[in-house]
Design a protein around this ligand. Sequence first.
Ligand code: CAA
Ligand code: NAP
Length: 248
Amino acid sequence: MAKRVALVTGGNGGIGTEICKQLAAAGYTVVTTCVDAEKENIADWQAERRKEGYEIGYVEANVADFDACAAMAKQVESEYGSVDVLVNAAGITRDSFLHKMDRSNWEAVISVNLNSAFNVTRQFIDSMRARGFGRIVNISSVNGQTGQFGQANYSAAKAGLHGFSMAIAKEGARKGITANTVSPGYIQTAMTDAIPEEVRNSIVAQVPTGRMGQPEEVARVVVFLAADESGYINGANIPVNGALFCSF
Ligand code: CAA
Ligand code: NAP
């Protein structure tokens, strides 16, 4: 069988980089999206991965922009082939209490974290249905399960991803497509580096495991869900949170 193709949005971020590396190590042809190749020095990022032994492609797209995603999908399909595995990992935070939140910070977070799942997945779902295979993994958050101070926008978007995944899971099940959510807790990346230190320390103090998670601990679950053999795991949410929030 030809190598399966995996597309990771936000694949050059903290968690995304590890997802790309582990998928490449597992034998996938891996492509990441980036918003602006030049600004992000994506060629340098790619060269770093190459030095580590991973060959990872890139395409430009702002995932908040449907038309840009449509153009990106055409490019991916012509350069790399049909996408078998889609990981929606792009995300941002714009934290503030609701009583201080302006409309632009609400809209930016909903667009990049939730609308993006539609904007990107919509481009590939027809082809997955036609081919009878697809693996969709949406990166949500513990804060979509519990809510968090300063994150009415982010918690709403991440909770929305669960609903999105469950609906797609049901629609795709008979077409060989699975859709699952991974909900990381606090993982050491640029996103959590931006939390004020005192607040971060007080959050980490509440994590039973006693530390933040590492990106590779999230990537491990993504690779598991992406596997051909994971076809009966569908519509699930898998937490990776050091027991910060336990539910069943
Ligand atoms: N738990 C308990 N109390 C909290 C709190 C928390 N997580 N966050 C804020 N508060 C309290 C503060 O202690 C403070 O209490 P007092 O008035 O009694 O002193 C009050 O709320 C106001 O807090 P600030 O003075 O900090 O108010 P602010 O308006 O300057 O900032 C904030 C508010 C934006 C929420 C800021 O506290 C903050 O950035 N908090 C971190 C939010 C957070 O956890 N974001 C996660 C980002 S990473 C991520 O999202 C990844 C993921 O998926 C897990
Ligand atoms: P990160 O290092 O900041 O990575 C975020 C990625 O998203 C970057 O590659 C970023 O690209 C990309 N991105 C942002 N806006 C975009 C847009 N409009 N279009 C396309 N790509 C865009 O953060 P991270 O911690 O790895 O987060 C990855 C995912 O995990 C996010 O969905 C986040 O919400 C989720 N998550 C993180 C944690 C955590 O504790 N770190 C916990 C739970 C869930 P640029 O570099 O160009 O900005």
